[in-house]
Design a protein around this ligand. Sequence first.
Ligand SMILES: Nc1ncnc2c1ncn2[C@@H]1O[C@H](COP(=O)(O)OP(=O)(O)O)[C@@H](O)[C@H]1O
Ligand SMILES: [Mg+2]
Length: 253
Amino acid sequence: MTAPPRPRAPRLIAIASGKGGVGKTWFAITLAQALAAQRHRVLLVDCDVGLANVDVQLGLDPDRDIAALLKGGSLDACAMHVAAGFDVVAGRSGSGALSGADQVAAERILDALAAPSRWEVAILDLGAGIEKLQRRLASAADTLMVLTTEEPTALTDAYACLKLAETDAPGGDRRIVVNMASSRANGERTAAVLQKSCARFLGVTPPLAGVVRRDARVADAIRRQTPLLTRHPTAEAARDVEAIAGSLLAAVA
Ligand SMILES: Nc1ncnc2c1ncn2[C@@H]1O[C@H](COP(=O)(O)OP(=O)(O)O)[C@@H](O)[C@H]1O
Ligand SMILES: [Mg+2]
């Protein structure tokens, strides 16, 4: 008989962008559900402390959250299981939101995630921008997924985000996701523009993790506070995220 695998620290996958509103939270949730459906044990941590909204998109009414983690609570005590098949550390609960989002908070979150646990993968939904907390989490992640849309402003901000990441953790594993793409081909073209800037000015070419097409069913699912893979499992955007989930861990296994 072989011994059961020893618990390890989860692999950290951070979801970032320069610009807000590009779909980070939605993508983080959908990726978590897709990985869970592929039989991975997944923890989703809402690190967007200013605008915590994993709970809103999932229709949760959390009774515990990341603030408890910062007060020294364990991940186990702060996480809640959701019907979509994974666990969530909410960004806020009725007991109050996290304040003092600083370096200490980042180290506390990273310490908790560095301990062996029952999760194989921890997905960190980061806020927009370049606050210290977000920056530290982004640089500590095993994989940083940077989201952009086809809009020039999103693209410029995604480049800035990749540049900071390269400064903080040179040579790290960073991948591009083009969300709300008007077509696969247009999404790929957008990624190529970003890759070209990275190659020219940063000397690295982050691979394209995938293109997620714009899909009206995403907004419908969010309005109903139900994950897309539950509400519209055959939606184009659902399939696109499933494909990303499939290749994400295959590449690191
Ligand atoms: N693939 C998509 N197709 C259509 N709409 C999308 C898609 N991804 C995200 N959205 C829309 O973008 C909005 C913002 O998403 P959100 O996850 O809150 O972004 P962020 O966390 O980056 O601020 C959502 O309310 C949703 O309606
Ligand atoms: Mg968000």
